[in-house]
Write a protein that binds this ligand. Structure first.
Ligand code: 13P
Length: 307
């Protein structure tokens, strides 16, 4: 734990380096509070992709995990994209390889392949269209004339979409370790403990958990739901960093997390010190080679065109 003075010193350094390098700092909602505090833009995967696509900065410091920095690099090849920690990965994104995807293509030649944004650039390049937790149902239902859809790599997201479409969904069996383990019984216990609270769940949670939710949505979708709902108390079914984000946005409301830890260790790797180091040394540059970037951009652009 850094002292207040040490923190202030790091923030000064970041402010100076940002100006010097013409950089913008994007941070995912699961980042550490002190990182979110210094970010220029904070959001869910979809919002951050949109922000990356329209920034005028020369350098993008992506405080998130590798697939997010890759997405920024695919959308903005002329910018320098930095991931402050080279080892900030997404275990879910590593659940499928291109060769496994190609096997699916052979097995289901009529199907459209929809990849979750939590996937590698190579997997995006080999897929037809991308989706995020914020737009997965919309993306699948936009596929006019398509009867069969392969969704990868997140099985829970795919099953959630299957419940909201008349298309046949073939789900790859990947999952997010932070969300997958949450059990319906734990939700029932929390609901019994906080009977007035609304339960918000991320679509990466198990179907039995989602069935108990008042709202199934992306991380930023949770902010919008709280804003629009008249409720005062909420049980939060996602990575626990979201509690801080919600509490800052709505200080007068109450947010409850599960007793079990739901932490994405990779998201927490980035610190103020690693951002200073990243901007000073211009490391770790994430860049996607053109032969992968071009088809991956098509896959992302099809999604972004849906708005
Ligand atoms: P959101 O796009 O909902 O923020 O989710 C990103 C993610 O990685 C969830 O595990």
């Amino acid at each position: 734990m850094l002292s207040k003075k040490e923190n202030e010193y790091l923030i000064e350094q970041i402010t100076r380096l940002k100006q010097e390098k013409k950089a913008v700092i994007l941070a995912h909602n699961y980042q550490r509070p002190e990182v979110l505090d210094i970010a220029d833009i904070q959001g869910d995967s979809l919002e951050l992709s949109r922000a990356a696509a329209k920034t005028e900065a020369r350098v993008i410091v992506f405080c998130g995990v590798r697939f997010m920095a890759e997405t920024a690099s695919i959308l903005c090849p002329d910018k320098v994209v930095l991931l402050p920690r080279a080892d900030a990965a997404c275990p879910l994104a590593n659940h499928i390889t291109v060769s496994q995807l190609n096997d699916l293509r052979q097995k289901y030649p009529q199907a459209v392949i929809v990849c979750y944004v939590n996937s590698s650039a190579e997997v995006k390049a080999a897929s037809d269209i991308c989706c995020t937790s914020a737009n997965a149902i919309r993306v699948v239902n936009s596929l006019n004339g398509t009867k069969q859809v392969v969704m990868l790599p997140d099985q829970n997201l795919a099953l959630h979409v299957a419940a909201h479409t008349d298309k046949e969904i073939i789900a790859w069996e990947g999952g997010c370790p932070a969300h997958c383990q949450l059990q319906a019984e734990e939700v029932r216990q929390m609901k019994a403990a906080y009977p007035r609270a609304k339960f918000m769940a991320h679509p990466e949670c198990d179907q039995k958990v989602l069935e108990l939710a008042d709202c199934v949505t992306s991380t930023s979708g949770m902010l919008r739901y709280v804003d629009q709902s008249g409720a005062e108390e909420f049980i939060v079914g996602t990575e626990e960093g979201m509690i801080h984000v919600l509490q800052v946005a709505f200080p007068e409301k109450k947010f409850y997390h599960f007793p079990r830890p739901m932490i994405c260790q990779d998201m927490k790797k980035i610190t103020l010190a690693s951002i200073v180091e990243s901007l000073t040394k211009m490391q770790h540059v994430v860049s996607v080679p053109d032969e992968i970037r071009k088809p991956a951009l098509e896959c992302l652009s099809r999604m972004m065109k849906l708005g």
